[in-house]
Structure formats: structure tokens, C-alpha cells
Design a binder for this molecule. Structure first.
Ligand SMILES: O=C[C@H](O)[C@H](O)[C@H](O)COP(=O)(O)O
Length: 237
């Protein structure tokens, strides 16, 4: 007898599969980070293995994506070898009605922004809990900082009206360290009125590498939801 799948897991699986179905043979694919994208990577690998998909090459946005891609048999490349990315699939922590995003719950937003912004098509995959009326409603904005600058950057964020918190490790004493060897400050701003302005302002603080506001980067969000007990994928564009 198979164990019952948790509804959130089911939504993530459905939306991951729906996104993977949009990948075509011969594509260069940006591979996002997180628990939802992990299913897309798995399904791309399964389509490759079955022969339904051919000549795919992936560009991972994190160590996690790289390990998963290898596990599912997706060949990988790097940005110095290819001159474009056809499609990128990635998750998000919040999505507003204009399809602006907060990303970086897994501290991968710096590499994700590079890869996702280069893609000709960037598909966001989320479960319905990620949809908000205004960015900042629930989630803080992750800000990747050079370790030597974390204290002045936290003070600068406070001056902007944000509540900064240095992200701490789980099962590790001390701060989270990103794939690039930096730290992450979670900056909580209640209801962000001007995401584009805040994205630029945060990135202008000396010592900041990149923040998790993704403004005007995608025009397609696939939302996994459960309607009358049945999983469904809704397209917002
Ligand atoms: O740094 C991590 C990424 O931006 C993720 O794509 C984001 O946090 C969403 O992850 P999940 O699909 O696990 O909720």
C-alpha cells in the first residue's frame, strides 16, 4: 500500500512535472534551486532517460542543483561555454500579482538571478501558498553579503526601515555560508511598495553582492494547487 502524499508535496510534484514538460530537445536549461525545482530536475532526468528528450545540457544555480542534475543524469555546462540559455526553471518564496518575486530561501539567489535573467524563457514553479498581494507580506528579502561587511550592511538596512537578521545555520554553529562563501542577511520590510527601487537600493550598499528581489524577470508562473482534493496546475502570465 503506498503512503499518502502530503498535499504540498503533491502540488510541488505536479508543478515540477508541468515545467519539465515545457523543456524541448536540444535546449540549454537553467536548473533552479529548492524543493519545488528539485522535482522539475527529476522529471527532466526521467524524460532524458526514457529517450523522450534528447541533447539537453543544464546550467545549475547551486551546489544542490548540480548534485541533483548529476543524480538524474543531466549533462552540465557553464556560462563561459554557452552563449545563451533557452529556458530556466526555478522556484520562489513569494510571487506578487505583477509576477515580481522574492527568492533566496535556500541562499541561492545570486547565482539564480544570473542564470534566470539570461534565459530566453524563465518559468517560475510554486505551490499556491507562495502567492501574495504584496511582496514582503511574509518573507524577508535575502541579501548576500561579503562576510567582512555584514555589520555595516545590517546597519544600512535598518536605516532603510528594514529589520535585518543574519541567517544562522541549522545543525551548524554560526551563520549560513553561501555557495560563494558569503553570508546572508534576511531583511524584513513590511509590504514592499516599490520592489524595483528596493532591489536597486539594497544592491547599492557597499558589501552587498545581490538580493532576492526579482523584478520584471519572468512572465510565466506555474502554480500547483489542490482543487476539490485534486491536484491542478494553474498558469499565470
Ligand atoms: O535560494 C533558493 C531559491 O530561491 C528557491 O527557489 C526558493 O527559496 C523556493 O524554494 P522552494 O521551492 O523550496 O520553496
Amino acid at each position: 500500500m503506498s503512503a499518502e502524499v502530503n498535499p504540498t508535496t503533491l502540488m510541488k510534484q505536479q508543478v515540477g512535472k508541468a515545467a519539465s514538460d515545457r523543456v524541448q530537445s536540444g535546449s540549454i536549461v537553467g536548473l533552479g534551486t529548492g524543493s519545488t525545482t528539485a522535482y522539475a530536475i527529476q522529471y527532466i532526468g526521467e524524460r532524458l532517460k526514457s529517450g523522450e528528450l534528447k541533447d539537453i545540457v543544464g546550467i545549475p544555480t547551486s551546489f544542490q542543483a548540480e548534485v541533483l542534475a548529476r543524480q538524474y543524469g543531466i549533462p552540465l555546462t557553464t556560462l563561459d561555454v554557452v552563449d545563451h540559455i533557452d529556458i530556466a526553471i526555478d522556484g520562489a518564496d513569494e510571487v506578487d500579482p505583477q509576477l515580481n518575486l522574492i527568492k533566496g530561501g535556500g541562499a541561492a539567489h545570486t547565482r539564480e538571478k544570473i542564470v534566470d535573467c539570461l534565459a530566453e524563457q524563465f518559468i517560475v514553479v510554486v505551490d499556491s501558498s507562495k502567492l501574495v498581494d504584496k511582496l514582503g507580506s511574509v518573507f524577508a528579502v535575502p541579501v548576500e553579503v561579503l562576510p567582512l561587511a555584514y555589520a555595516p550592511v545590517m546597519r544600512a538596512i535598518e536605516k532603510l526601515g528594514g529589520k535585518p537578521e543574519l541567517r544562522m545555520g541549522v545543525k551548524k554553529a554560526g551563520p549560513v555560508i553561501t555557495d560563494q562563501g558569503n553570508m546572508v542577511i534576511d531583511a524584513k520590510f513590511d509590504n514592499i511598495d516599490d520592489p524595483a527601487g528596493l532591489e536597486k537600493t539594497l544592491n547599492n550598499i557597499p558589501g552587498v553582492l545581490e538580493n532576492g528581489l526579482f523584478v520584471g524577470v519572468t512572465n510565466l508562473v506555474l502554480v500547483g494547487e489542490v482543487i476539490d482534493g485534486k491536484p491542478n496546475v494553474r498558469e499565470i502570465s
